[in-house]
Design a protein around this ligand. Structure first.
Ligand code: ZN
Ligand code: ZN
Length: 411
């Protein structure tokens, strides 16, 4: 098996507070074989001289949508699946260029694009999928017009492809099973209103307890877990007390619901940049004033939610949730969070916590023997300067996924 020996580097293990010099890392095939503070003996290995730069695990974004290539979701009605896939290839390439070697898609992406990425047909990160996002009629998955009473064929356009509408516990159960049949890694449900959907107030309670339980039970029956789109404390409590494992967004969380999440060991996947980017530019891409008004209701909660979660001991994952044209802002999430968190805490969210969320502890988000060789080489110390993650990967000298270079300007 091919061996690569990374030398002359400072290692940033996210469990530490700062990078440490003198380390070497041996990659064999697709995994890391050895990490040592002493020189590693590997006479057959090709040497990669990192020029004293920082080597760290590849980044993990726990909330993306690789198929939602339009900010105004209803425009996806005009996108055939061939164009949806072609656009997605550009979006996922942008993600790995920015150093994200793993992303979790929270509604839309299917096993087809996952296999295209796994087999290297399309360059991009590892992908964990939910299949279609499942929500009730008139809920956050329901982007239909008021004049449209039908459900639409699932294979006609990108909008119907990415969303699933199911009402009643039996139908939710069936929809969850269907996503599992289609290779979902996790099940996504909607339990409160959302910003980018037309007819659901943010504080609407989407899904009854019986419907939430049906999704959770089916996910668990197949060894998977459930993630829920939720903004309000009530929605968070309804979801988490019935077994939902990750809360997506959670902007309006309060102390009580945070305490419940900590007790249950649930994860929060915050995504602040989505709201700022929508406020700045979503209007240009057709998002309606009703949606932008909903955005105003949650934007201020973002930073506060991080502080509440920290105080309550809730683990928070790094998410971006940017739609289509706004996805280039993905790494700005680091800068926004740095208003209330230390850079190393945010780096942990985008590595260690991300790996826990996708249940790949020890395999992703770390540089240690047995882990996948998913790593980046940064042109400076991100613990001191999160600006190094900005500008579309400009400050990353190397990006490797599964032992293969996506980018290498070392040597
Ligand atoms: Zn959502
Ligand atoms: Zn989302």
């Amino acid at each position: 098996m091919t061996q690569l020996l990374f030398k002359n580097l400072e290692l940033l293990d996210p469990r530490w507070d700062a990078p440490r010099g003198g380390y070497q890392v041996l990659v064999e095939g697709e995994t890391i074989r050895e990490v040592s503070a002493k020189p590693i003996k590997a006479p057959k290995a090709s040497v990669v001289d990192c020029g004293g730069k920082i080597l760290m695990p590849g980044l993990i974004d726990s909330h993306v949508h690789v198929f939602l290539s339009e900010v105004y979701l209803r425009r996806l009605e005009e996108i055939p699946l061939t164009l949806m896939t072609a656009r997605s290839a550009v979006l996922v390439r942008g993600m790995i260029d920015r150093g994200f070697t793993t992303v979790r898609d929270t509604g839309g992406a299917d096993w087809g694009i996952k296999i295209a990425l796994e087999t290297g047909l399309i360059p991009g990160p590892r992908l964990f999928i939910a299949g279609r996002a499942i929500g009730p009629t008139s809920g956050h998955s329901d982007a239909r017009r008021r004049t449209d009473n039908g459900l639409g064929c699932k294979c006609c356009n990108a909008m119907t492809f990415c969303m699933e509408i199911a009402d009643g516990a039996d139908n939710v159960r069936k929809a969850a099973r269907e996503q599992i049949r289609q290779g979902a890694d996790q099940i996504k449900i909607m339990v409160s209103g959302g910003v980018a959907s037309p007819y659901d107030p943010l504080d609407s309670k989407q899904y009854s307890i019986a419907e939430i339980c049906a999704a959770v039970e089916e996910a668990e029956a197949f060894g998977k877990y459930t993630q829920a789109h939720a903004y309000t404390p009530e929605a968070i409590q309804r979801a988490v007390s019935n077994g939902v494992r990750t809360i997506e967004h959670g902007n309006l969380i309060d102390e009580k619901s945070a305490k419940l999440m900590a007790q249950k060991g649930a994860y929060m996947v915050a995504n602040l940049i989505a709201y700022y980017a929508m406020k700045e530019r979503a209007g240009e891409f057709g998002m309606t004033s009703e949606m932008l008004a909903k955005n105003e209701l949650v934007i201020d909660g973002g930073l506060k939610s991080l502080e509440i979660c920290k105080r309550a001991g809730v683990k928070v994952g790094f998410g971006s949730d940017l739609l289509g044209q706004l996805q280039i802002d993905q790494s700005r999430e680091f800068l926004l969070r740095s208003e209330v968190l230390e850079p190393i805490e945010i780096i942990r969210q985008a590595t260690l916590v991300g790996a826990e969320i996708v249940r790949m502890e020890g395999k992703l988000g770390v540089i240690e023997p047995g882990a996948f060789a998913d790593l980046i080489v940064v042109d400076g110390n991100p613990v001191k300067n999160l600006g190094l993650f900005q500008e579309q990967g400009k400050h990353l000298s190397a990006i490797m996924k599964g032992g293969k270079f996506h980018k290498n300007r070392l040597n």
